[in-house]
Write a protein that binds this ligand. Structure first.
Ligand code: AMP
Ligand code: MG
Length: 391
């Protein structure tokens, strides 16, 4: 049994980055940039008005101003603004020569046709300066960035319509267990539906990878081995659920070894997820995740997901928030660090909801986040600050 940090280090240090490809910008959401993206132009490309208003010389703000033209966004100004003159200007339009500020339309009074006066006492310049956001040739987005909608905006802005991104990790998912049936079946006596298969597929999709599901393998050597061989031929990473504990039918580690996968650890000092197993084989990485759904869920989130992103060149850092406990929490087994689902109370403090242990997956649907109780923790008193990882 090794501490989680050590397991994490082993997993992450074995990640070899995948190759890259180009995708259309319309397909780029959630992909990881494989190269820096430079801008082919200044942004803004010219001094532009940040407001609808009047462009003039700041020194003239106290005077009546003659309107020389109306400047629309997308149309260059035709005239310079001289002394005691102004141009009516729209947001996003190019600032006319001679003007050094724009006052808002809300602070303008048209005294008579063609003449306007500033009614405020002072104004910002209300000018976005040429190249203040990005300079031509500058790196606008860095390699390793995960493309979110705002990154799509920047790609569009700089004209990068075919960004180079890392290939999606191909993730093969296998459920093991004689007790399992697919969700479209009514379980017989002593059976349950496989939730892990579909949960893992959803988690893999949410982690921007390309999952394939290989169905339920019965708890026999042949069944697991067959699924394993098919998955090994087609994937970068294999996730098996179940079959890694100490029961008579927990065959997964043996079958990993028989397929040339070297097991690098087979238990982690944490709860849930102690029997989590990791191995590296010929062109493939393999995780054996314990069958209890909360264990599978949490191990994917904290161990597998950062690894999958690392393969795609992205440094995944989950957000945390630091919040006080609304009531005391008592750690049950104190020999291993323990992850618990928690909720946010109306005042933002943290409370433990009902949680019956690692089979209780519905507890995660009501939870807002997860906290870690360190090994050896007894009672955490009300008001203790805890690090919450949002779900
Ligand atoms: P195992 O890790 O195979 O010993 O399974 C531990 C527990 O998780 C048992 O109660 C299993 O029935 C349950 N379990 C295993 N696989 C799944 C699955 N795919 N979906 C839901 N529960 C499962
Ligand atoms: Mg099993």
């Amino acid at each position: 049994m090794i501490p989680f940090d050590q397991a994490f280090h082993i997993v992450m240090s074995h990640a070899r980055m995948l190759d890259s490809e180009t995708v259309a910008i319309s397909e780029s959401l959630g992909r990881i940039l494989a190269e820096d993206v430079r801008s082919d132009m200044d942004m803004p490309p010219f001094d532009k008005s940040a407001m609808d208003g009047y462009a003039c010389r700041r020194a003239d703000l106290g005077h009546e101003l003659e309107i020389v033209e109306v400047i629309q966004a997308g149309k260059p100004p035709l005239k310079a603004v001289g002394e005691r003159q102004c141009a009516k200007i729209m947001t996003g339009a190019m600032l006319p020569e001679g003007a050094d500020c724009v006052f808002m339309i809300e602070y303008a009074q048209e005294i008579r046709r063609g003449v306007v006066r500033f009614t405020g006492s002072t104004t910002h310049d209300n000018i976005c300066r040429k190249s203040e956001d990005i300079r031509a040739g500058d790196i606008a987005l860095r390699r390793g960035a995960r493309i979110a909608p705002q990154h799509v905006a920047v790609l569009a802005t700089v004209g990068c319509i075919h960004p180079r991104v890392y290939r999606k990790v191909r993730v093969g998912i296998i459920a093991t267990g004689d007790e399992l049936v697919e969700p479209d079946q009514r379980p017989g006596p002593s059976q349950i539906r496989t939730s892990n298969s579909h949960q893992l597929r959803a988690q893999a999709l949410a982690a921007d990878t390309a999952p394939t599901y290989y169905g339920i393998a019965r708890d026999t050597r042949d069944a697991i081995d067959g699924a394993m061989k098919r998955a090994m031929a087609e994937n970068d990473v294999i996730l098996l659920s179940g079959g890694v504990s100490k029961g008579d039918y927990d065959l997964v580690p043996d079958i990993m070894t028989a397929n040339g996968i070297e097991i690098l650890f087979d238990s982690i000092a944490m709860k849930p997820g102690k029997p989590t197993t990791f191995g590296v084989g010929p062109g493939v990485y393999c995780f054996g995740l314990p069958g209890n759904p909360v264990s599978t869920f949490i191990q994917f989130e904290i161990l597998v997901k950062p690894f999958l992103y690392r393969l795609m060149g992205h440094d995944y850092r989950p957000p945390y928030s630091l919040r006080p406990l609304a009531s005391p929490i008592k750690a049950k087994g104190t020999d291993r660090e323990t992850w618990l689902p928690v909720k946010f109370a109306a005042d933002g403090r943290v409370e433990a909801g009902a949680y019956h242990g690692s089979a209780h997956i519905n507890a995660l649907c009501d939870a807002d986040g997860l906290i870690v109780l360190p090994a050896g923790a007894g009672v955490l008193e009300e008001g203790t600050l805890v690090r919450v990882r949002p779900l």
